[in-house]
Design a protein around this ligand. Structure first.
Ligand code: SF4
Length: 139
């Protein structure tokens, strides 16, 4: 099976703070499958490290209120293109990210509060009927 994975879960240092979210659980889950790493925020032209961003009233913004919505949505579109062109069957995404969150996201207040919702890439995958799961849902 072809599986696309948030690149930070595979150990790529593409996270906003220059780190990663390496997951042994993901490594074991994807063993034997064809794996395509994707970071929509990097695809959208954002640098690493970068300011943390959250979704506030449907717009992706940095803490100072600057909109980075265009970059996030461009990155999500480019990531979707990769998923479609490669006929990916499953996408595994990092939790809570304004791009990749599948079940929950931060509420836009930059206070650590989590609410039900999806990142812009996860939302795009859902609209295109592509199966995406949150890393937290892997047993
Ligand atoms: S956009 Fe997704 S893949 Fe990139 S660092 Fe954030 S959670 Fe990881």
């Amino acid at each position: 099976m072809k599986i696309a994975v948030s690149a930070c879960l595979l150990g790529d240092n593409c996270k906003y703070n220059g780190g990663n979210n390496y997951s042994e659980k993901v490594k074991n889950y994807i063993e034997g499958h064809e794996v395509i790493p994707i970071c929509p925020e990097v695809l959208g032209g954002l640098s690493t490290p970068r300011e943390p961003a959250e979704i506030d009233c449907g717009i992706v913004k940095n803490k100072d209120g600057t909109s980075v919505d265009a970059q996030f949505r461009k990155g999500a579109e480019l990531a979707l293109d990769i998923v479609i062109k490669n006929q990916v069957e499953l996408v595994i995404l990092q939790s809570r990210s304004p791009s990749c969150g599948v079940n929950t996201i931060y509420d836009g207040s930059f206070t650590g509060k989590i609410i039900p919702g999806q990142g812009v890439f996860a939302e795009l995958l859902k609209k295109n009927n592509i199966k995406a799961i949150d890393v937290a849902d892997i047993r």
